[in-house]
Design a protein around this ligand. Sequence first.
Ligand SMILES: [Zn+2]
Length: 73
Amino acid sequence: MLGRLVLGKVGKGVSCSVANCGNPATRSLSVQNLSSTSLKVNTDGRRAYLCDDHFKVWKKETKKSREMDRLRF
Ligand SMILES: [Zn+2]
């Protein structure tokens, strides 16, 4: 369902990378996967961390582009 997207596990003590969110992160994904969404993440690396709430937002916002990806092939 998530295709080529690689979701990583997040260790304890990591908080969500979204600006103004301090919730514990449960998912990590590459910053590249966030560039097409409205989520603003504070990260200087290649990985961004999302809490459950923001992961839902991200899933919602990327649904369309993922469907377009599928149509392209
Ligand atoms: Zn968050």
